[in-house]
Design a protein around this ligand. Structure first.
Ligand code: DLL
Length: 432
């Protein structure tokens, strides 16, 4: 099932031709209407006429989150404010947030792209969709909302928080699809268990989860606990919000809406494009955005692209689950560590709960990595020997994967903070 079959299954040659036409268009608009790009292009000696093939994209300069911050709030907009009909923003951990704008046409494209990922995950107009992403400046709530309405499903715009109310509504309103972050899906799953509700007594059958990295182990856990199928979807406010990419029922990577986004993988250190199939940083050029066109935007997200045809018939490239961010990568005594690697190990261990926190410290000039892991009540009240065994098992596995000695501490069930939105997994106490 497709939402926009023509574009989702377009032969690659035709797709690339469409991309080139759109690329030329967006470069032109950025050059003429955005002072920042006009100056940047001149600096590197490029005019829109120099873009004759898709490969020529490499001649163009990158755009970063800092560029958006430096032009806060509206400096990167390519249309006058009177043509902007919606504003969203993304809260950064440091500095000013980035502000993004949409024209009416942008909003229309956005809801169609979200509709695509919903349909790809098997969602239909007969579904009752509970949207537990925050509604507000964050793009999650409104983004998924309008996509769900577009396909004609029944939308419950409950927003985030108040887990017991979420579960009551899920039960009483016969919710069939849950939309939130994967970490919040686990919070809901745990609470359902605590309340002694049989998940099979609910109508829930599918979950569309995104906005933060999650592992295959976490998918399994959510699917088993909630008795649903869980699909990953990816997006970022700067590019449009959710709807950039999403999994189909084959669950082998997220299909990128390449008719609207041109993607590259680069080496995050050197900025050089890497050959197909390499792991690196995802760089995205928006091909159709009117309000905020972005040229070669550095997402900082680390992934890999797969160009082989997918069993579902879509011809677009698929991106692997995001491994982490090039700026979230921890460097511990010179070793690169992604929180997702630690998560994978924890999910493979019997008796641990899917809640953990990574604490980085510096003691006597040496970095230390401590992982706090919740264990099941049985294990926690079990004899020390059993606990010791689990600790050793995790430490050994982490050592074999990271090549680094990590200290593991088991903590009581329900002692690690829960999050309604994106989970904060890492606490870095080093004053670098
Ligand atoms: O998180 C947009 C979104 C909302 C996507 C709802 C999916 C669902 P931002 O708040 O701007 O936008 O954060 C974007 O979140 O660069 C990634 O690092 C991370 N991210 C988003 N989706 C995924 C995912 C929204 N499926 C940043 N897997 C991105 C891993 C994700 N990381």
């Amino acid at each position: 099932m497709y939402w926009e079959e023509k574009y989702e299954t377009m032969p690659r040659e035709e797709l690339e031709q469409l991309q080139l036409e759109r690329l030329q268009g967006v470069v032109n608009r950025a050059y003429r209407n955005v002072k920042f790009y006009n100056e940047k292009f001149k600096e590197v000696g490029i005019t829109p006429e120099d873009i004759k093939s898709l490969d020529d994209v490499r001649k163009l300069p990158f755009t970063t989150k800092d560029d958006l911050r430096d032009n806060y709030p509206y400096g990167m907009f390519a249309v006058p404010l009177r043509d902007i009909v919606r504003i969203h923003s993304s809260s950064g951990t440091t500095g000013k947030p980035t502000v993004v704008g949409y024209t009416r046409n942008d909003l229309d494209i956005w809801s169609n792209l979200v509709a695509r990922i919903m349909v790809a995950g098997g969602v239909t107009k007969d579904d009752i969709i509970q949207i537990s992403f925050g509604y507000g400046l964050f793009t999650g709530g409104f983004g998924l909302h309008y996509g769900a309405e577009k396909i004609g499903a029944t939308v419950i715009p409950i927003s985030s928080g108040n887990t017991d109310r979420q579960i009551m509504i899920m039960k009483d309103y016969h919710t069939t699809v849950l939309v939130c972050t994967p970490s919040y899906a686990l919070v809901v799953a745990d609470r359902i268990e605590e309340l002694d509700i049989d998940p099979r007594s609910l109508s829930l059958r599918t979950g569309l989860f995104g906005a933060e990295p999650w592992s295959e182990g976490m998918r399994e856990e959510i699917e088993n606990k909630l008795k649903i199928k869980a699909y990953d979807n990816y997006g970022l406010s700067e590019i449009i919000g959710p709807g950039v990419a999403g999994e189909c029922e084959e669950k082998n990577g997220m299909h990128i809406a390449e008719d609207h986004f041109f993607v590259e993988i680069i080496d995050p250190e050197t900025g050089e494009p890497l050959p197909p199939g390499s792991e690196g940083e995802l760089v995205i050029t928006t091909l159709t955005k009117e309000a905020l066109p972005l040229i070669r935007y550095r997402t900082r997200d680390i992934t890999r692209l797969h160009y082989e045809l997918c069993g579902c018939g879509r011809t677009s490239v698929r991106m692997e689950k995001v491994k982490g961010r090039s700026d979230d990568m921890l460097i511990i005594r010179g070793v690169n560590v992604f929180p997702s690697q630690i998560e994978e190990v924890l999910f493979s261990i019997e008796g641990t709960e899917p809640h953990y926190q990574i604490i980085v410290d510096r003691k006597n000039r040496l970095d230390t990595l401590t992982v706090l892991v919740e264990v099941s009540p049985e294990i926690f009240s079990d004899e020390m020997k059993k606990q010791r065994q689990i600790i050793e098992e995790i430490e050994e596995k982490l050592f074999s994967i990271l090549g680094l000695r990590v200290e593991v501490k088991l903590v009581e069930p329900r002692t690690i903070q829960r999050f309604e939105g994106k989970a904060v997994r890492v606490i870095d106490n080093r004053k670098l």
